[in-house]
Design a protein around this ligand. Sequence first.
Ligand code: PBG
Ligand code: ZN
Length: 333
Amino acid sequence: MNQVNQQENYTASARPRRLRTTAGLRRMVRETRLSPDQLIAPIFVRHGEGVREPIAALPGVFRFSVDNAVREAELCGAAGLPAVLIFGIPERKSQVGEENFADDGIVQQAVRAIRRAVPELVIMTDVCMCQYTESGHCGLIDEHDGYVLNDDTLEILQRVAVSHAAAGADIVAPSGMMDGMVRALRSALDMAGHERAAILSYAIKYASAMYGPFRDAAGSSLKSGDRRTHQMDPANVREALREAALDVAEGADMLMVKPALSYLDVIRQTRDRFPEMPLVAYNVSGEYSMVKAAAERGWIDERSAALEILTSIRRAGADMVISYWAREAVGWL
Ligand code: PBG
Ligand code: ZN
């Protein structure tokens, strides 16, 4: 063989391969994995018995009475999900929303029942006021100027978090974006003897149009005003990192970015800035319902769209994803 040929052969064999010609190869070199133990299912609980009420704006998601919520939690556990996130729909709304911190409130009942039926399942609870208040706001509102009364709201949220922990919640997830919320809850939980209860802070929560279907599901639509005075401006990311830093300093055990899909860059930056913190992303109601609606019309393939979305949220850096697809996605994986 002469010099020239040898050179050509070498060049040909050094051409990079595309490692994706077979399913096995693709699986082997996959950089981002999605598994059941990274998914968390929201569960909506309401009063009654034997209730399994479909939610128009969230096809495939239901409002359950406690008995059926237990059954749903059992299915989540059996599917390999590590945790569920409980949202309560109270009997009646009021100015303060007393049921929110009542011993026999709907969330407290559901937590006790699920704890008994599925002891190994991690129970997370949403801690906010908006399902419970007549105004639909996440806090008490100053009648004169319409602003949230931050510190008065914190006192109520402390009672809510303590009552959830007393019922057996492992993790409380305050979603109202009040200032000083994590510190207030941490000290209330510790003083009440719930040192082991963890706090998943909705540290970075944008004022998003993507919560629309949720507000239908939970009956938490605003009677007037908006949430822009306490939720974040979608245009900002430096502010998001500042919010996260404050919550870490106040004792948050995990951070959350919400919504997920329009904020993949925020997830990535949060992951890089806080490598020591477990990071959760909330794949919110609008992100789910958009795909559902298009799939119903045959315009998009739900399964592949959902798995692509969930994978992209993991790729952006979230350790865990809260998603209305959680249980179904396990079947797809
Ligand atoms: C309440 C709360 C909301 C969501 C979770 N907790 C609604 C809101 O802030 O308006 C939205 C979840 C979703 O859209 O799936 N604070
Ligand atoms: Zn709220």
